[in-house]
Structures are given as C-alpha cells and as structure tokens.
Ligand binder design. Structure first.
Ligand SMILES: [Cu+2]
Length: 477
C-alpha cells in the first residue's frame, strides 16, 4: 500500500510541474495576443469623475412637489396614496367630489419634507364619493394641526394646486346618510346639507307634533348616491320651531311623492332615517291640527305672536269665524302646545283658532273691545280645523241634519239646542238616549256599516215620521 502511494505522488508531482509550464506559456501568449480583462477598464475610467461630483448634486436640486395616486378599493375606511413629494412639512388632504371638482375634505394625513410613500389616510366614508382628490396642503399654522380653512392652504406650484384624482373601485357603501343644520327659514327654503340613498328617494320635511314627526310640509327628490345642499320649499307659516328631515323611498310612481302611500320612510334596521333641526325667523302664524274636543279642551300646536296676545277659538258660522268658545294668553314669539278651554256645547264641526292682540288691560280678554284680531298685511292670522266627530243638533222639533253619512267608527254627538225635552231613539232601539233636556248631550259611536233610523219619542215615530232622522254608516278605511 505504502509503495503504491509513493509512486502515485511522484506521478502527481510530475503532472503538476507539466501543468504549471503549460499555464505559464498560455499566460505569456494571452498577454501578447488577447485584450485585457473587460471588467478592469471601465472601473478605472468611471471612478475619477464620480468621486468629484457626488457631494453637491442632491442638496442643490429643488424639490418638485408631486402627488401620485392609484384607483383603489376602499379598505377599512382608508385610502392609500402611493407617493407624495413635498418641499416642506405638509398634509395630504382627501377631498370628495362635488360636481366634478374637489369638494368637502373627508380626511388628511401629515407628510414630511421629501418623498413619502404609501400614506394611509382615514376618510369619512359617509361623505366619500366614487371620485376622490388627493391634494397637497401646507402645514403653515400650528405644526401638526390641520387648519383649513385657515393657514394650511393648498401648496401652489406655478399657480397650480398639486392634486390628483382617483377612483374608489369597490368598498364604498353609499348611504343611507342624512345630515341637517339649524337655519333661518324666512326665505321659504330649507336646505338639507347632505342625504345619501342607495336608490332614488325623497327628503321629507315634517313638523313636530308631540315631540315626534307630524304632518309633511315639503319634500325634494333625491338621486341615487350622494346628494348635497338639497333645497326644500316650505311655507314658513306651516313650520314648527323644530322640524324633522326624513328619508323616504320612491317606491311607487318614480318622481311622484306618494305618502301616505308607497313612498314610506326609509329604514336602516328598525330605525327611520330622521333628524330634527331648528328653524329661526318664523312668521306670525297659528298651527292647529284636526281634533276632537276632549274634556272641553282644544290644543293649539304653535302660535308665533307679534307681541303678547290671545289665541281664540271660534265656532263656525256660515263658513266664517263666529261665536267665541274660549281663549288662552300667548306671549311674544313662539308658543307651543297651548291648551284652550272651550264651551264645547256650542262647538261646530269646523272651528277656528285666531290670534288676537292684548291691547286693552293686559291679561284681560276684551272682545268685543280692544283685543281685536291681529292683522298681518290686512289679513287675520287664523287657521280652521275640524273635529272628526259629527254633530247633530236637536231643535224644537227637528234634527239637524236629518240625514248624516259617516264612516264606521265615527262618533256622533247629539246636542239639544232647543228649549224642550227630546230623545234620540233608534227605530230598532239599538241606541236610546232617554230624556234630553235643553242643553243635554248624547254621544254614540257606530262601528257597523248600515242605515240607522231614529226618532224623538215625544215628537216623532219610527219609520221617519215627525221628528226623525237617519245615519248612514259606510265601511271605514
Ligand atoms: Cu222631540
């Protein structure tokens, strides 16, 4: 084994010597014939100029502010701006689109001097539009505090804003959203700052009754998506001091407001989209709803008075205000839910609430006398209202009206305005008043459709003879 190894070593040594000789020969040949190694030469030529020009270049070049954007999906209520280059500390501000131009600011984030990458900006998604604008603003006021309107205006380069628009390709859920603001109503227009809907709808203005939305006094159509500064025409004399803006659907005939009907309030979960707001500058006015007299009391919902005065309830006399049934004092300005005690016996189905002055002895109602109706532009300030109940008067010796048609469920009040004693007795005796002296009242509520003949026992007979009448009850709503 040892011998074999030795002989091998000597062979290897010989081969190594021979190879070295060959390499040396080759080296001498290549040096003479082929060109020098390619890598060495450029390094030698480039090195000298680089070393002399590096230090001054970056600091002397001015920074050109720029914003680059990409269309993107809205993720976690934020957008990402890939790159912003700013000459100084500033803000990247996201604007919503308004009529093809930058509108409301919906988010912002600080940027440093120089290049900023992948800036995440949280935005108000309720106010976001499909098209958004990323705009470079200064941070000129208190550093780190976004002041706009104020010191932190847009960065201007050659009189141009540094701005790029981009689109939200997905993730933006439009509405429903609604915002309101307190405002002056004097011009007859209410402005709703914002209403977003997923399909065409309506923004509807309700007055306030019992602390909740009551009758509608105006509405405007909404287009699908984002709606801003929506004007709604209303009659200020019909407006309560607190109004409600409510979103309704446009479910029936599109473009026609149908409520009561198919254009019901829009709900999110179990919640209606409704917001209260206050109005200033209400004109002298009276608001009163149809109502029955309950416990000799009428409620007037709102009186806006010019000076102290009285709200006076009148009965109807041939289509105009007649006998005074009751009154309550009102003060200068807005009065809400005024209870007026009335003499219900002399009430008519139609009643009037009229604003009178308190011109004589203050606090004493003097009419006829000095407390005359308040006149605004030669007009009385008066509102008529109706009692849902029906009235049949008993005279000597007749019923008035003789024939009455009502809907099922309506209350009928019989009042003896005559001097004698009468009765209201159904022919089939389904209702019997008993003796009604002068001034007596008898009430019935008929719920079943049909024809109900009745008579006065002393002065008539069944079958419509003498002092008799009939009530026709139709099916209710
Ligand atoms: Cu009679």
């Amino acid at each position: 084994m040892m011998k074999v190894q030795r002989s091998k070593v000597s062979v290897v040594n010989l081969l190594a010597i021979a190879l070295m000789g060959l390499l040396l020969l080759a080296g001498c040949q290549s040096a003479a014939v082929s060109p020098a190694p390619t890598e060495a030469q450029p390094t030698e030529t480039k090195a000298p100029p680089t070393s002399t020009t590096i230090p001054p270049t970056p600091t002397e070049e001015p920074i050109s502010p720029m914003v680059s954007v990409v269309d993107q999906e809205l993720v976690e209520d934020s957008v990402v701006i890939p790159m912003v280059v700013s000459a100084e500390q500033g803000w990247i501000v996201i604007h919503a689109d308004q009529d093809g131009a930058p509108g409301a600011v919906i988010g912002y984030a600080p940027v440093d001097q120089g290049e900023n990458n992948d800036i995440t900006v949280e935005i108000d998604t309720a106010a976001a539009t499909e098209t958004l604008y990323a705009m470079l603003h200064l941070d000129a006021g208190t550093v780190g505090q976004y002041e706009f309107p104020g010191n932190d205006g847009p960065v201007m380069v050659d009189d141009q804003m540094v701005i790029q628009s981009f689109a939200l390709t997905a993730g933006l859920v439009v509405g429903p959203a609604l915002s309101v603001e307190d405002q002056d109503i004097a011009n007859g227009t209410i402005t709703i700052p914002q209403a977003d809907v997923e399909a065409p709808g309506w923004v509807v203005i309700h007055i306030q009754i019992d602390g909740a939305p009551g009758p509608v006094i105006g509405y405007s159509a909404l287009t699908e998506g984002n709606n801003v500064d929506i004007d709604v025409s209303v009659n200020p004399a019909e407006a309560t001091e607190t109004l409600y803006a409510m979103l309704h659907t446009d479910s029936g005939t599109v473009g026609t407001y149908e409520f009561p009907g198919e254009d019901a309030p829009l709900s999110v979960g179990d919640q209606m989209m409704v917001k209260p707001f206050k109005v200033m500058g209400l004109p002298t006015s009276v608001i009163v709803m149809d109502q029955n007299i309950v416990e000799d009391t009428v409620t007037v919902r709102q009186v806006v008075s010019e000076g102290d005065g009285w709200i006076v309830i009148h009965s109807d006399q041939d289509g105009s205000p007649g006998r005074v049934l009751g009154y309550s004092p009102v003060v200068d300005g807005v009065n809400t839910d005024i209870q007026v005690e009335v003499d219900s016996f002399y009430s008519t189905k139609v009643l009037y609430a009229m604003l009178h002055t308190d011109a004589g002895t203050v606090g004493t109602y003097e009419f006829p006398g000095e407390d005359v109706p308040l006149m605004v532009d030669d007009q009385m300030v008066v509102k008529s209202f109706e009692m849902p109940m029906e009235i049949v008067n008993l005279y000597d010796n007749r019923f008035d009206p003789v024939e009455l048609t009502i809907q099922a469920g309506t209350t009928v009040v019989f009042k003896n305005l005559g001097s004698r004693t009468h009765t209201v007795t159904a022919d089939d005796r389904s209702f019997v008043s008993g003796n009604m002296r002068s001034g007596a009242i008898f009430e019935i509520t008929l719920t079943e459709p049909g024809e109900y003949a009745y008579y006065c026992e002393p002065h008539g007979d069944p079958g419509g003879r003498g002092m008799a009448g009939v009530i026709i009850v139709t099916a209710g709503d």
